[in-house]
Design a protein around this ligand. Structure first.
Ligand SMILES: [Mg+2]
Length: 93
């Protein structure tokens, strides 16, 4: 089973509502992990941060499937946002 098939099966099994709730919970866990690592940059907190990033990435993939959002479209938006960021950073120099 590839990644997309696995996530599609999870969505079919648990439903869009539940997986959307999981996505929100994982985002909250990542927020807490960032905060914790900022306060104390030890190995435990680093491992936790890494795990929460993985969880959120998994749920982002499921959100894209559930709400029919194409990676191509995300890439276009990222491109625009990165260009704007680059311009803002150039002004900082
Ligand atoms: Mg988590």
């Amino acid at each position: 089973m590839n990644e997309r098939e696995l996530y599609t099966k999870a969505i079919k099994t648990y439903g869009v509502r539940e997986q959307s709730a999981v996505a929100m919970e994982e985002c909250a866990e990542l927020i807490r992990a960032i905060n914790k690592y900022q306060r104390k940059s030890n190995l435990d907190n680093r491992m936790n941060l890494r795990e929460e990033i993985a969880d959120v990435q998994i749920m982002i993939e499921q959100l894209k499937i559930m709400y029919d959002i194409r990676q191509d479209d995300i890439e276009k938006i990222k491109q625009l946002k990165n260009e704007r960021l680059e311009m803002r950073l150039e002004k900082e120099d």
